[in-house]
Every structure is written in structure tokens, then in C-alpha cells.
Design a protein around this ligand. Structure first.
Ligand code: ADP
Ligand code: ADP
Length: 231
């Protein structure tokens, strides 16, 4: 199992009140699964994604990522774990304008503590560009590409270090519907080839594509996750 959360709660304490963003949730995601998380604004989607991505820590509960209890990790160890195990895709593509498509995708490997040779990096980047269908744009800069193309570059960058799971936040939020469909097509193809996906989306057309569809309301799952039957 790639992800196992047990009794995870997240409380934001402010001077005036405590907000229970997540209330004792359980979540299992199996390797190869395609999970969508939807729900109204304020229901806890971003909070859950930050916890899953080790960008924030839970107030209570246990979270195992690839079998490791990450609730006990130091900040440094959590960062290492994040770089090795997790790929992120956001609504805004977060590419570096000064770098070519190729160099944007190569970046996680060049900065990784897992030393790769130049040839290894080159081959892996080419493979990922191929997977998202953007090889013909390798030497372009991000601002020379359409939004859909930029998002495909961001997907290639998220994939390049072979993460255990891709965490995806509203991937089509900045795209017209045609580019959005294209990006979702790429994600679907990756999942068919074995990549584990966990995606937050408002768009019912896209959440319906997932195998395991979860709905959050006020920090709790509406449909108790028989989440992630083994696939
Ligand atoms: P969603 O992504 O579904 O819109 P969030 O996870 O952003 O929901 O928020 C869940 C709840 O937690 C909301 O009530 C929100 O106001 C609250 N919340 C989120 N982040 C913070 C924070 N840093 N401080 C205080 N409250 C927060
Ligand atoms: P192509 O290989 O023709 O660029 P893609 O599938 O990579 O096709 O691009 C998706 C869509 O984006 C196509 O409809 C293409 O015409 C359009 N497109 C390509 N380049 C740009 C650009 N620089 N700015 C805006 N749209 C573009």
C-alpha cells in the first residue's frame, strides 16, 4: 500500500477559535490506484493534500507513506522523503521561465541526492517528455507554450524522479476545456501504465474518471473509503 492514513486530524488554532480542517479520517491508497477527492470550498481538500505531500503535519493520527511512519520524521527527513516519493502537480504550472522545457524537467534529478549520470538524466527526461507528448518542444521556454503544453511539462517534471504517487491539485483549473481534456488524457494514460494518482478537483467530469472517488464535507469523508481496493 502506498498510502495509509489512520485517524488523521488537523486543527488550526487561532486566537478566536479552533478549526477542525480534518476530523479523524482514514485513507488507503494502493499502488496503481487513481483517487479523486472533491467537495465544496473549505471542506479540507488542500489541507489533506498538504498532509499527504508532507508539506504540513497532522495534529493527530498516523500516516504511513510506502510503509514508513512519516508522522515521526524530522523536517529534514520529511523533505528527503517528499523529494523521493512524491510528485506534485498544481493548478499553476510553476515552471521556471528562464529554463527550457528539458531543463525544467531535469531539475528534480539534478538537485536530487540520488546521484545520476548525465546520460541517465538525459534518457529519463526524454522518456518523460515522450510520455506527456511534448518532445517536440524540449528546447522551448515555458512562455512559448500553450497552457495545456505547460501543464504537460509540469507533469513530466513531477514524474521524472519516479515518485510513488502523484498529488494533483486542480490540474485543469487554468485551462480551456480542450487543453483540460488533453491533460486529463495524459494523466489517465500514466495511470494505465501504473502511476498512482491522487487528484483534487471541482470538476465532476474529471473526478468521474478516477477509480476511487472520495468526497469530503466539513473535514470528513462522505463515502467511507472502501478507498482503494487493491488493484
Ligand atoms: P478546501 O481546500 O477544501 O477549500 P482547506 O483545506 O483549505 O479547504 O480548509 C479547510 C478548513 O480549514 C477551512 O475551514 C479553512 O478556513 C481552514 N484553514 C485552512 N488553512 C488554515 C490556516 N492556515 N489557518 C486557519 N484555518 C485554516
Ligand atoms: P502541437 O504539437 O501542434 O503544438 P500540442 O498538442 O502540443 O500540439 O498543443 C496543443 C494545442 O496547443 C494545439 O492546438 C496547438 O495548436 C496549441 N499551441 C501550440 N503552441 C502554442 C502556443 N505557443 N501558444 C498557444 N497555443 C499553442
Amino acid at each position: 500500500m502506498t498510502i495509509q492514513m489512520k485517524n488523521i486530524s488537523k486543527v488550526f488554532e487561532t486566537e478566536t477559535m479552533d478549526t477542525y480542517a480534518l476530523k479523524e479520517i482514514d485513507l488507503n491508497i494502493y499502488a496503481g490506484d487513481y483517487v479523486s477527492i472533491s467537495g465544496p470550498s473549505g471542506c479540507g481538500k488542500s489541507t489533506l493534500l498538504s498532509l499527504l505531500g508532507l508539506l504540513d503535519t497532522a495534529t493527530a493520527g498516523t500516516y504511513w507513506l510506502d510503509g514508513i511512519d512519516v508522522t515521526q520524521l524530522s523536517l529534514d527527513d520529511a523533505a528527503t522523503m517528499r523529494n523521493r516519493k512524491i510528485g506534485f502537480i498544481f493548478q499553476s504550472f510553476n515552471l521556471i521561465d528562464e529554463l527550457s522545457v528539458f531543463d525544467n524537467v531535469a531539475l528534480p534529478l539534478r538537485y536530487s541526492d540520488m546521484k545520476s549520470t548525465r546520460t541517465d538524466i538525459e534518457n529519463r527526461v526524454k522518456e518523460c517528455l515522450e510520455l506527456v507528448g511534448i518532445t517536440h518542444r524540449s528546447s522551448h521556454k515555458p512562455n512559448q507554450l500553450s497552457g495545456g503544453q505547460q501543464q504537460r511539462v509540469a507533469i513530466a517534471r513531477a514524474l521524472v524522479a519516479n515518485p510513488a504517487i502523484l498529488l494533483i491539485d486542480e490540474p485543469t483549473g487554468n485551462l480551456d476545456s480542450k487543453s483540460g481534456d488533453q491533460v486529463m488524457g495524459v494523466l489517465e494514460k500514466l495511470n494505465e501504465q501504473g502511476t498512482t494518482l491522487c487528484m483534487v478537483t471541482h470538476d465532476p467530469r474529471y473526478s468521474d474518471l478516477a477509480r476511487t472517488r472520495l468526497q469530503l464535507l466539513d473535514g470528513e469523508f462522505l463515502n467511507v473509503p472502501e478507498a482503494g481496493q487493491p488493484v
